[in-house]
Design a binder for this molecule. Structure first.
Ligand code: ADP
Ligand code: ADP
Length: 227
């Protein structure tokens, strides 16, 4: 069974004359462990799709199945738990909490779930992310690349089935961008985590297993580059 299956997804914002059809009958499946890049012009529906995959925003119609379960048949409470446990979200501008330090930002999803932090996992993550010695730093004491590594830590701490990243390197220079991509690829390979990345950067899309191109709310290209 594929990890993720999307069936006849539509999303309309607003009503009547102001209605925007951000997604129009989108269907596809993502096998477990795949690294999928989503490309397409600005305003084509990429972020909307990613949010719907991540349980953040209910579709207007259609279904998202993860591990065979209909994500949006859940109540809002169950959906919030699903987001924290099954999905890791990464944004272009990091979305870190400014008053929390590195460790506090990374462990937030665990604490919000009322669970205990697995210290071995946290230490391993800090090592992998190159954030040792930065545990007590606040986001504004870190470079952009470091802040994005913290947000990757926050996305990975609960060992989610899928990591969803919306332009994760859009605010970084080439060297830092590639470091972030290497970290995402490492967790994809090492833990078999499914990885879906929206990117405008062709050099990143070319590193994916598969590229999905979206235009005007439709899939216009779906190409497997490597198995
Ligand atoms: P992309 O990520 O490809 O730039 P988006 O998914 O952000 O595209 O947006 C797709 C379309 O939906 C755009 O026309 C955008 O203006 C519109 N849209 C996105 N979010 C909202 C919203 N919350 N309310 C109204 N329109 C929105
Ligand atoms: P990077 O290699 O991630 O681009 P920079 O060259 O931006 O890092 O920063 C070099 C060092 O300076 C980093 O170790 C970073 O932690 C530190 N640094 C960057 N910005 C700030 C800041 N606003 N406050 C404190 N330290 C910072």
């Amino acid at each position: 069974m594929d990890l993720l299956t999307v069936e006849h997804l539509t999303k309309t914002y607003g009503t009547g004359e102001n209605a925007v059809h951000a997604l129009d009958d989108v269907s596809f499946s993502v096998p477990r462990g795949q690294f999928l890049a989503i490309i397409g012009p600005s305003g084509s529906g990429k972020s909307t799709l990613l949010h719907i995959l991540g349980g953040v925003d209910r579709p207007t119609s259609g279904h998202v199945y993860m591990n065979g379960e209909d994500v949006y048949s859940r109540s809002d409470t169950a959906l919030a738990i699903f987001r924290r446990r099954e999905v890791g979200l990464i944004y272009q501008f990091y979305n870190l909490i400014p008053v929390l330090n590195v460790v506090e930002n990374i462990t937030l999803p665990v604490l919000m779930d009322g669970r205990k932090v697995n210290d071995a996992r946290l230490q391993e993550l800090l090592d992998t992310l190159g954030l040792r010695g930065r545990e007590k730093h606040l986001p504004n004491q870190l470079s952009g690349g470091q802040q994005q590594r913290v947000s990757i830590g926050r996305a990975l701490i609960n060992a989610p089935s899928v990591v969803l990243a919306d332009e994760p390197t859009g605010n970084l220079d080439r060297k830092n961008s590639q470091e972030i991509v290497e970290l995402l690829k490492y967790s994809n390979r090492q833990y078999g985590q499914t990885l879906i990345v929206i990117t405008h950067d062709e050099s990143i899309a070319l590193q994916a297993d598969r590229v999905l191109a979206i235009e005007d709310g439709h899939i216009v290209r779906d190409e497997v580059i490597r198995k």
